[in-house]
Design a binder for this molecule. Structure first.
Ligand code: DX5
Ligand code: ZN
Length: 223
């Protein structure tokens, strides 16, 4: 079975002490930091921008992954690259020609990711599959943490894995929304390799380390 990457979502961190939380995530044994960038237009919420990633870049060696839930991602690719992000996700719903933006992200030395909301079909992905490093399948509607996982996305995850096996076996499937040990098992069985996880980890009564271990333990039993 492929190695599983755990990416805590900083949306659920304590904003009063983000630097400390970034270090705690690393100490807890997680792999990536996930940043939810919301512009108040593509989704209602407004969160943070490249300045926050830049500030935390100095606090952690972990891979910094930015999820652009913004209406005009083209305008922001350069500033997130400059801030030190290692990978960038753009939402399929707001780009008519994703290939151009994906190429731009790669040309700046970052991994390029394409995100599909729960109701967005993956139609046409085979044509641009060799231009993505990561495909993120949302398992909640974007915009907020703490929502209920949508099991109806599982068949789409299996279908995406099959498609990528044919057109770009190197590409990894990422999932985001309502991840916990129970849902993680189903997600990994369906083909997910990178688990973005907010509330379960940051609200874990026994702390981040136990949360990360339980998540790893759950998916370790799969396959
Ligand atoms: C939702 C965000 C997610 C969210 C995950 O718009 O993209 O990254 O923070 O939080 P949980 O794990 O609580 O669903
Ligand atoms: Zn996200």
């Amino acid at each position: 079975m492929a190695e599983i990457t755990i990416a805590p979502s900083m949306l659920c961190a304590d904003f009063r002490r983000l630097g400390e939380q970034a270090r705690e995530v690393a100490e807890a044994g997680a792999d990536w930091l996930h940043f939810d960038i919301m512009d108040g237009w593509f989704v209602d919420n407004i969160t943070f921008g490249p300045l926050v990633i830049e500030a935390l870049r100095g606090e952690t060696k972990l891979h910094c992954n930015a999820h652009l839930m913004v209406g005009n991602p083209a305008r922001h690719i350069g500033s997130f690259a400059q801030a030190g992000a290692d990978s960038l996700f753009i939402q399929r719903e707001v780009v008519t020609q994703p290939a151009h933006l994906l190429a731009e992200i790669r040309s700046l030395g970052l991994l390029a990711g394409l995100v599909f909301n729960p109701a967005t079909p993956i139609a046409g992905l085979e044509v641009i599959a060799d231009q993505v490093d990561l495909v993120l399948l949302m398992t909640v509607e974007p915009g907020a943490a703490g929502q209920e996982f949508m099991p109806s996305v599982l068949p789409k995850i299996r279908q995406t894995r099959e498609l990528l096996d044919e057109f770009n076996p190197e590409a990894r499937i990422v999932v985001d929304g309502g991840v916990d040990p129970d849902t993680a098992r189903e997600l990994v069985t369906s083909g997910a390799e990178i688990l973005i996880c907010g509330s379960y980890l940051f609200d874990h009564p026994e702390g981040l380390t136990v949360g990360v271990q339980s998540l790893r333990g759950a998916v370790g039993e799969v396959g």
